[in-house]
Write a protein that binds this ligand. Structure first.
Ligand code: GLN
Length: 198
């Protein structure tokens, strides 16, 4: 039940307030996570967009990195944009990642900040949340793409012919765009549906 959930938002850098606002709008209790002790009693965690190198560095400096990895191995975690980079496989070309999802990511795949854009995606997994409408307005800001996924990964959305922009592996969700910057709450509701009921 949404009302009894507590969801953390990694609050080291980036768009964490926007995620917090959206979850609170949905009636969910939230916790900004800056230290390991903030992970206690959370039902799930969002790693926001921002700058993945900065978020990774701060997580290491704050002694949070290994605890985030431990949390993500047993709880639902959603990474948006820089957060998706942190959930991806650590291929040593990106900043140190949590190495949780079997996805490979290419950073800044759509160009520079000025090349940020909005696009309507067709996301079948969201259709049940809104009168069977699968169209989702996605905001891309210096976004990465997911260029390959492993066998256990479900592709949720693509742009163009083959650019993967949203994927799920069991309790882990990665979107390379920013649902928290729209008025559409369906991706947040989709993530809340991934939280096991108590
Ligand atoms: N380009 C950023 C990075 O590589 C991600 C941008 C974002 O989160 N909007 O970390």
């Amino acid at each position: 039940m949404v009302g009894s959930m507590r969801i953390g938002i990694l609050a080291l850098q980036g768009a964490f307030i926007e995620h917090e606002n959206m979850l609170q709008h949905l009636g969910v209790e939230t916790q900004q996570v800056r230290l390991s002790l903030h992970l206690k009693d959370l039902d799930g965690l969002i790693i926001p967009g921002g700058e993945s190198t900065t978020i990774a560095k701060l997580a290491i400096d704050f002694g949070l990195f290994d605890d985030l990895k431990a949390f993500a191995s047993g709880h639902p975690v959603w990474g948006t944009c820089a957060g998706a980079i942190l959930l991806a496989k650590d291929d040593h070309s990106n900043p140190p990642s949590l190495d949780m999802m079997d996805i490979h990511i290419v950073r800044n795949a759509f160009g520079r900040q000025v090349d940020s854009f909005q696009a309507d995606l067709q996301v079948a997994a969201l259709a049940h949340l809104n009168g069977s409408n699968p169209t989702f307005p996605a905001v891309f800001i210096r976004a990465p793409i997911i260029n390959t996924v492993g066998k256990k990964v479900e592709i949720l959305a693509q742009i163009g012919f083959d650019k993967i922009v949203a994927a799920r592996q069991g309790h882990l969700l990665a979107t390379v765009f920013h649902p928290e910057l729209t008025n559409d709450v369906r991706f947040h509701r989709y993530f809340l549906e991934m939280i096991p009921s108590k």
